[in-house]
Design a protein around this ligand. Structure first.
Ligand code: ATP
Ligand code: MG
Length: 404
């Protein structure tokens, strides 16, 4: 039997599916971020007069619009400066360098990347083999040569790791003929606290918090996408409200809300349905959650996986927040099931820190005073069933390796 083309070309649901592309699509207007935009804009405003801007530190959980708002404001800044120049003949010399530090995991790498952004393509430096002091000297030389105001945006700056030299250097640039403003962006709340005091004081001159979105805010964000990317009769208030409610219950992330809505649209499209129903949203939520959990688990080391499995088991039994020594027992049982020897409790703590870093778990530091001393408690940050489910489908979670 021939089954015909395997592709679904149904046009019932989307008019423009790209509107739901969370990384690629920049909305014309940002919803419900007026306060943050006002604060952010006023910290950047000096640039419009060619003055030194404040250093700014943007923080807030994932999917709260930090990157989108930054891009939005930088676009306006470029536009306003161009207009200013055209109208008044004033020439404001602004250079903007935007770096996403996801793959730049040390001060050295960030500094090299910045230097290469400032240099032309024939004069790039290699990513290894130079003394850091040379890199910083060259960087300041380039900034001086560029002149005017340079604005450096370091998105996802928490990837820099323990050594924050690059931030220290940028906060106190050795330049004479130019000014530099630094914008740091992070979704890791502990990152700011762990910065050395001298870096924090200068980098965090102006701090702006992006709070998690509430359900009604996510509804407006989704409505905006729906108006631009869905057929008018392909969605209703109920499907939007449910997608928003699920994302609000979880992390308050706009990214997650948009992902759920797109996935729901895809399911409806494949079924050749006319509209997105609440059942589609329900199914989409499961898919998005599973995708996120498996993706995060996939990147863990084997003992990182065992630690997570132990924490998910504790969570399901209602035993979280849980202290290290209690979790160590469950972890021992999990290792036993995988015919592996458990690592030390110290090593378990390191693996739990890793889980905290990528958003699978939270560490609460407790201080029980003189009697109890300081200790840590761990909580699971994702749905325990999804984690255990992911471990049950062993092809997505390969725990066969025995290296730590
Ligand atoms: N207020 C908003 N209005 C419209 N769309 C938004 C809004 N906030 C976020 N979004 C959209 O949600 C998605 C995630 O936002 P963004 O990338 O800015 O999050 P983030 O805070 O930078 O997260 P992370 O910390 O994970 O980098 C993007 O597609 C963005 O366009
Ligand atoms: Mg971002």
């Amino acid at each position: 039997m021939t089954r015909g083309s395997p592709f679904t070309t149904s046009q019932n649901i989307f008019t423009d599916r790209d509107v739901f592309d969370v990384e690629g699509f920049q909305p014309a207007e940002l919803i419900e971020r007026e306060d943050q935009i006002d604060e952010y804009a006023s910290a950047l405003e000096p640039v419009l007069n060619g003055w030194n801007p404040n250093n700014i530190f943007i923080y807030g959980k994932t999917g709260t619009g930090k990157t989108a708002t930054t891009q939005y404001l930088l676009e306006w800044l470029r536009k306003d400066i161009a207009e200013h120049t055209a109208e008044h003949g004033t020439d404001i010399d602004l250079s903007i360098i935007y770096l996403n530090c996801e793959a730049l995991t040390s001060s050295y790498q960030i500094a090299v990347e910045l230097l290469n952004e400032l240099r032309d393509e024939h004069n790039q430096v290699a990513t290894r083999g130079h003394a850091p002091s040379d890199i910083y000297n060259w960087l300041f030389e380039e900034l001086d040569a560029t002149g005017g105001v340079t604005l450096v945006v370091l998105d996802e700056i928490d990837n820099v790791g323990e050594d924050d030299t690059v931030l220290y250097k940028l906060a106190r640039p050795e330049i004479e003929d130019a000014t530099l403003g630094v914008i740091g962006i992070s979704n890791d709340f502990s990152f700011r606290d762990e910065l050395s005091a001298k870096v924090r004081d200068s980098l965090c001159e102006k701090e702006i918090l992006f709070p998690a979105y509430e359900s009604d805010e996510l509804r407006e964000i989704l409505r905006q996408r729906a108006e631009n990317g869905l057929r008018e009769d392909a969605y209703d208030n109920a499907s939007i409200a449910l997608s928003a409610a699920y994302a609000a219950q979880d992390k308050g992330s706009a990214r997650q809300a948009i992902d759920i809505m797109r996935e729901a649209g895809d399911i409806a499209r494949r079924e050749d349905a006319e509209t997105i129903t609440e059942a589609h949203v329900e199914a989409a939520k499961g898919i998005v959650e599973r995708g996120r959990v498996s993706e995060m688990i996939g990147g863990l080391s084997p003992h990182g996986k065992y630690a997570l499995h132990a924490l998910a088991t504790a969570d399901r039994e209602g035993e979280t927040p849980i202290r290290t020594k209690d979790l160590y027992e469950i972890y021992g049982i999990v290792c036993d099931q995988h015919a592996t020897d458990p690592l030390s409790d110290r090593a378990l703590r390191d693996h739990l820190s890793e889980l905290d870093l990528i958003g699978l778990a939270t560490i609460n530091r407790k201080n029980a005073g003189r009697a109890g001393g300081k200790y840590k408690q761990y909580e699971l940050d994702v749905n325990a069933e999804r984690v255990i489910e992911a471990f049950a489908t062993t092809d997505s979670v390969d725990v066969s390796s025995t290296s730590p």
